[in-house]
Design a protein around this ligand. Structure first.
Ligand SMILES: C[S@@+](CC[C@H](N)C(=O)[O-])C[C@H]1O[C@@H](n2cnc3c(N)ncnc32)[C@H](O)[C@@H]1O
Length: 127
């Protein structure tokens, strides 16, 4: 997933409207609760950091939203989010948990810049 995520970040960061507003919202659907819960979004944050350094752009403020079903162990996920804050001084990161099924409406329209989902398709709550 790493090269895919890096390519997606370059794509989003090259979009002038994202750059002008200086804010980016990233959601991971089906994050689970193990060490992988923040793996994808960590790659995204690192890719944003590298892209901004390379093109001398000010880093955007990034909001990271992690989703899974309400039964997920979000207590553990929240502890991982603290690690995410500590390991990334740039870009500025705000985090949030979005419990619920991704078959339902989870976000307001037009509020996300990048949505990722890894290894959730063989573990679906319904076909
Ligand atoms: C195999 S885990 C993948 C975890 C992580 N994304 C990774 O790549 O390692 C699949 C996750 O998808 C979640 N999931 C399945 N159906 C879902 C749904 N309808 N809405 C939200 N999450 C769902 C499961 O609860 C589980 O945590």
């Amino acid at each position: 997933m790493k090269p895919l995520m890096e390519a997606a970040i370059v794509d989003v960061c090259s979009n002038t409207s994202t750059l002008l507003c200086g804010k980016m919202v990233i959601a991971d659907l089906g994050c689970s609760s193990g060490p992988n819960a923040v793996a994808l979004v960590s790659i995204a944050l690192e890719a944003i950091h590298i892209h901004c350094l390379q093109f001398l752009q000010p880093p955007p403020e990034v909001c990271v939203l992690l989703n899974d079903l309400p039964d997920n162990d979000f207590n553990t996920v929240v502890k991982s989010l603290v690690t995410l804050h500590q390991s990334n001084n740039e870009p500025i990161v705000a985090t949030g948990i979005v419990p619920g099924s991704f078959y339902e409406r989870l976000f307001t329209s037009g509020s996300l810049h990048l949505v990722c989902s890894s290894n959730s398709l063989h573990w679906l709550s319904k076909v």
